[in-house]
Design a protein around this ligand. Structure first.
Ligand SMILES: *Cc1c(COP(=O)(O)O)cnc(C)c1O
Length: 366
């Protein structure tokens, strides 16, 4: 491999890979950290749970450069902001958008302002924004308040908004659907994912449709979105003001892409459903212990949702009669180490034993 090939292999992010589908020009300076190309993991235990010869794959977005799928959209949003002469980017965030925006802004050599709901950001994500050097402002309000303020500030001056109301974010996030269709050699039959501000379900649906229209795939998946029961505006069809869920990344009461999410669900003949915090945390542990994939609570909503589709008579979409050998993809959106507090609380304090083989043997139970 010559040095140019080595460089392009190393630095290949989603813009390099899917340029023809993205709103960039040859003049755009690409700001990338090598996002995308995430593992699509075949999961035998999950497949067994579904039965009927179905195959379940988990798209592990936690292995992106800042640990969530937000990086796919951020590479496009920040590259475009730079091209349009922005000197700073700004975002409201439940955590992962701020982690991603601050990393990509740093990479672009511009500054980053993040507006966060005070006390509601997972430790790891807040730490990321701090370490990447963002200007962080915590407000006494929720995500929806933060986004309202960002929209007002973004209208003035040369701050570029990099929330998912920015269509460049959605464009970049479509690439996850492209990767899945490329790897499976067609779109899956079902796609399950967590829904917060609803940008990602919008992006996946746009990606699948576009790929199909270009003849790169032959079918479209049924889209099934899952909200946390205590933050489920789309499911209940009303704005939620009092939000309650451990899944902080989807703690949103008035999603920006509400209409687009509804359209994706209607056009794909899919559904929107809710999962409880208890179901989310059980699914998080299950996925770690059965398949070796550790995700943050919000991400486990897609797995909790899959279980609900299989087991519950109350599911908005039942898998009890789905076609045999269906292919199901669940997106897990962010890495487990970002938001560890609940699980840390469940971990037993370790008691040490003397440093001898005998004592260790006894401790193991040999
Ligand atoms: C942002 C985020 C979501 C929600 O995605 P939306 O596009 O807002 O619906 C889910 N999980 C994680 C880990 C996230 O960071």
């Amino acid at each position: 491999m010559d040095s140019t090939t080595a460089k392009s292999q190393r630095s290949r992010g989603v813009i390099e890979r899917y340029r023809e589908f993205l709103p960039v020009s040859p003049a755009t300076r690409i700001v990338s950290l090598g996002e995308g190309n995430t593992p699509l993991i075949h999961c035998p235990q999950l497949s067994k749970r579904v039965g009927r010869g179905c195959e379940v794959f988990v798209k592990n977005e936690g292995v992106n450069p800042t640990g969530s799928f937000k990086d796919r959209g951020m590479t496009v949003a920040v590259s475009e902001a730079l091209e349009h002469g922005a000197s700073a980017v700004i975002c409201a965030s439940t955590g992962n958008t701020s982690a991603s925006a601050s990393a990509y802004a740093t990479r672009a050599g511009i500054s980053c302002v993040v507006i966060l709901p005070a006390g509601k950001i997972a430790t790891g994500k807040l730490l990321q924004a701090f370490v990447y050097g963002a200007k962080i402002v915590a407000i006494d309000g929720n995500f929806d308040d933060a986004l309202r303020i960002v929209c007002q500030l973004g209208e003035t001056g040369d701050l570029a908004i990099v929330n998912s109301i920015n269509s460049d974010r959605i464009a970049g996030q479509k690439t996850a659907a492209f990767e899945i269709a490329d790897e499976l050699r067609d779109a899956p039959d079902f796609h399950l994912l967590p829904v917060g501000n609803a940008g990602n379900i919008t992006a996946y649906w746009a990606g699948y449709r576009e790929y199909c229209a270009h003849g790169r795939s032959t079918k479209l998946p049924v889209m099934i979105g899952f909200q946390a029961a205590g933050a489920a505006p789309i499911f209940y069809n009303r704005i939620i003001e009092k939000l309650e869920t451990v899944a902080s990344a989807i703690r949103i009461g008035n999603p920006a892409s509400w209409k687009q999410a509804r359209a994706a669900i209607a056009e794909s003949r899919g559904a929107i459903d809710v999962v409880s915090d208890e179901e989310i945390l059980a699914a998080q542990t299950w996925l770690a212990r059965q398949e070796g994939i550790f995700v943050e609570p919000a991400s486990a909503a897609s797995i909790a949702g899959l279980f609900k589709c299989c087991d519950s008579g109350e599911a908005a979409y039942s898998f009890q009669k789905i076609p045999e050998e269906s292919r199901i993809v669940c997106t897990v959106t962010g890495h487990g180490l970002k938001d560890p507090d609940v699980m840390i609380g469940r971990m037993k304090e370790l008691e040490s034993v003397p440093a001898t083989v005998g004592d260790v043997r006894r401790a193991i139970g040999l």
